[in-house]
Design a protein around this ligand. Structure first.
Ligand SMILES: Cc1cc2nc3c(=O)[nH]c(=O)nc-3n(C[C@H](O)[C@H](O)[C@H](O)COP(=O)(O)OP(=O)(O)OC[C@H]3O[C@@H](n4cnc5c(N)ncnc54)[C@H](O)[C@@H]3O)c2cc1C
Length: 306
């Protein structure tokens, strides 16, 4: 049976960014629905770092506390029910969920995050978020001065190498194929004693997600304590694209300084819009998106009909 309910705003994605937007809206007495699929990108990482007051907490514990705090605002409703369809009309958005419920919202916020496309290397997915890591700010301190690899190539590898070199000097770049460095980049790598291995990778050998060596296609090995990996991604949800929200060249939802997408009434925040990938950034973007949606709704509510 289909259910019809109207909200001031519907937030699709109820992780850090979405819940932060929900708090701003709930505290502004706006009727807000948060639909979540409970698939945050950091689910495999045991401990989240670099978010003030929550440093070293399990990611799920941070999200659970956020849900609990948002639930205190009685105009906010949080449902675990992924959105599967979004339709725009001149006055509102209609959202259909996996369970068959139908909701209407005057504004829409996408806080749907991104999906990492992990390379098909045996063992790598088991280590993702534990000892195969995406970001020096999130997990680099824990692996300072340890044997570290970087799985990346070209200028992206150089960019990451400069950051990681600050944390450990025992560094090897794994290009997993032909290296793509300029003469200047080779010079920088050699000067800083950063080794480059180009042999294809066969396996990330690990114990319970803790990498201990990389095994190459020629069966040579490299002992490692940590491996950074720059991996491609896609938007977690295709609903922003189906509604017509423009994406940037890198694949993020395009937003302005007020978190507005290119579609009127549709806002976005968190990983879906920004390479500055952290819980802190997601919370900040969500907070701004919530405030901007409240601003627009309050202005519209204040208008005197002609
Ligand atoms: C392995 C790993 C480890 C990390 N470690 C850290 C760390 O230590 N410290 C740190 O600050 N950052 C860390 N990050 C980054 C951080 O996790 C992200 O920046 C943050 O989770 C982004 O929050 P978000 O709300 O934008 O997206 P996410 O947390 O990814 O949440 C998106 C939510 O949207 C939901 N969703 C998607 N589509 C739909 C739909 N159609 N309907 C309903 N719901 C939908 C998903 O189910 C999910 O719950 C890590 C990231 C990864 C990948």
């Amino acid at each position: 049976m289909k259910e019809n309910r109207s909200f001031d705003a519907i937030i699709i994605g109820g992780s850090y960014a979405g819940l932060s937007a929900a708090m701003a809206l709930g505290r502004s007495l706006k009727k807000v629905l948060i639909l979540d699929g409970e698939k945050p990108c950091n689910a495999t990482t045991p401990y989240s770092h670099n978010f003030l007051t929550q440093d070293g907490k399990p990611p799920a514990a941070i999200a659970a506390l956020a849900r609990q705090q948002v639930a205190c605002y009685d105009t906010a409703l949080l449902l675990t029910d992924p959105a599967i369809r979004a339709i725009a009309s001149s006055s509102h958005f209609t959202i259909e969920t996996l369970s068959g419920a139908v909701f209407e919202g005057r504004k829409l916020i996408f806080a749907t995050g991104i999906k990492d496309l992990l390379p098909d290397i045996k063992g790598l997915a088991d280590c993702w978020g534990k000892s195969v890591i995406h970001c020096p700010y999130c997990h680099g301190y824990e692996y300072r001065n340890r044997k570290t690899g970087i799985l990346a190539n070209g200028s992206a590898a150089l960019h990451l190498a400069k950051l990681v070199h600050n944390l450990t000097k025992d560094l090897t770049l794994l290009t997993n194929g032909e290296p793509e460095f300029t003469d200047e980049e080779w010079h920088q790598l050699q000067t800083h004693h950063i080794a480059v291995r180009q042999t294809g990778i066969r396996e990330v050998a690990h114990t319970g997600g803790q990498i201990h060596r990389v095994i190459f296609n020629d069966y040579s090995t490299l002992l490692l304590d940590a491996l950074y990996a720059r991996v491609p991604f896609v938007q977690h949800s295709n609903l922003p694209a189906t509604l017509g929200c423009a994406l940037t060249e890198q694949g993020y939802i395009q937003v302005d300084a007020f978190q507005k997408t290119t579609v009127p009434g549709v806002f976005a925040c968190g990983d879906a819009v920004s390479p500055m990938r952290s819980v802190a950034s997601a919370v900040a973007g969500g907070n701004l998106a919530g405030a901007m949606v409240n601003n627009d709704l309050s202005q519209e509510n204040f208008m005197i009909p002609a």
